[in-house]
Design a protein around this ligand. Structure first.
Ligand SMILES: Cc1ncc(COP(=O)(O)O)c(C=O)c1O
Length: 362
């Protein structure tokens, strides 16, 4: 099935489902008899608009997006949302709460500090982001414009196992590395954003899901392209959107449907992560980095405790066809990113390889 493809454990951009790549390849030069590639189509043409509308409708259906919310396709990746969120939502109150549970929430917090008063509502920095603070540890300011958290910490391998209760303060969430991995209750969120390059599409875009009543209050200096209200009014087409990335997202969404939707994605992610964590729990060589009750099902971080051995492992694994297992430079060790497109078989084979490495390096 996999021909000459490797198992790519990259944190993002990461594996895309093989049938999606094959379909994109088959349609590359001539999209369904149009005589053109999707890359060559005018974004205002009838044929492209049908791709765009179907993709957006599929996304809304799969994620069960309520009528109160709108889906936007925005450029600049997740990073630009770090600025767009405060510019649009800080509003008159000028205050926001940030839960800092990893690198990306810290960076988002720093970006927000340029636009208003930011309070750290919780932090896991004291133990190098190996855990997620419980609800009791969150200090939610009732007068904050919003409460911000990152649902899955890609670098540290931790994932929030609950949705924070904010007593009416709009909840803003960076779901870049776990969106589409399980069903979510969108109505609990004021805004969700996600860079698409992990579980949704090739890089080049962020998906934003916004409660429409939060839009329209941006600071006057907000660039037009970062105004959520402008994006809502123009259906994400104020300028030329990332047409091909949107088309690829459409193919990935059809693939998710073909696998049984988000309940099937959730079952599969539990299976993949379960295989890896069970092995880590019994291994004498490898240790999982994150606290047990905060472990991510998407990014599994582990180490041997010996940097040279970690290095040797990542190198030998790559030679054996398991690529990109080296941990992020901020934490070291190893990280296996196992998003939706990673077959269960890839994790089984990785564990077999880890067992062999353990035997040889006692
Ligand atoms: C959780 C999270 N947020 C934000 C980002 C930044 O994404 P981008 O490169 O699209 O700006 C990443 C990238 O890996 C991420 O994992």
């Amino acid at each position: 099935m996999f021909n000459d493809r490797i198992y790519n454990f990259s944190a993002g951009p990461s594996m895309l489902p093989l049938p999606v790549l094959e379909q994109a390849a088959a349609e590359l030069t001539n999209y369904r008899g149009s005589g053109m590639s999707v890359m060559e189509m005018s974004h205002r043409s009838k044929i492209y608009l049908s791709i765009f509308e179907e993709t957006k409708a599929d996304l809304k259906r799969i994620l069960n997006v309520p009528e109160t919310h709108e889906v936007l396709f925005m450029q600049g990746g997740a990073w630009l949302q770090f600025a767009a969120v405060p510019m649009n939502l800080m509003g008159a109150a000028g205050k926001a709460d940030y839960a800092v549970t990893g690198n990306f929430s810290k960076l988002a917090m720093k970006e927000a500090q340029k636009y208003g008063q930011v309070t750290i509502a919780a932090s896991s920095e004291d133990r190098n982001h190996t855990y997620i603070p419980p609800q009791e540890a969150l200090s939610v300011s009732p007068d904050a414009s919003y409460f911000y958290y990152c649902a899955n910490n890609t670098i540290y391998g931790t994932e929030w196992q609950y949705v924070p209760e904010t007593n009416g303060v709009p909840l803003v969430c960076d779901m870049s590395s776990n969106i589409m991995s399980k069903p979510i209750d969108i109505s609990k969120y004021g805004l969700i954003f996600a860079g698409v390059q992990k579980n949704m599409a090739p890089a080049g875009m962020a998906v934003v899901i916004i409660d429409k009543k939060l839009a329209g209050k941006e600071f006057p200096f907000t660039p037009t392209m970062l105004s959520y209200q402008k994006m809502i009014d123009t259906d994400s087409m104020h300028n030329t959107p990332p047409c091909y990335t949107i088309y690829m997202l459409g193919l990935v969404l059809k693939w998710i449907d073909s696998q049984g939707g988000l309940t099937a994605m959730e079952k599969l992610k539990k299976e993949r992560a379960g295989i890896l964590y069970s092995f880590l729990d019994e291994s004498k060589l490898f240790k999982s980095c994150a606290d047990k009750d905060a472990r991510s099902d998407m990014n599994v971080t582990f180490r041997t405790g010996d940097d040279a051995l970690d290095d040797k492992f990542a190198k030998e694994a790559a030679k054996a066809g398991f690529e990109n297992l080296k941990g992020h430079r901020a934490v070291g060790g190893m990280r296996a990113s196992i998003y939706n497109a990673m077959p269960v078989e890839g994790v089984i084979k990785l564990v077999e390889f880890m067992k062999k490495f353990e035997m040889e390096n006692k």
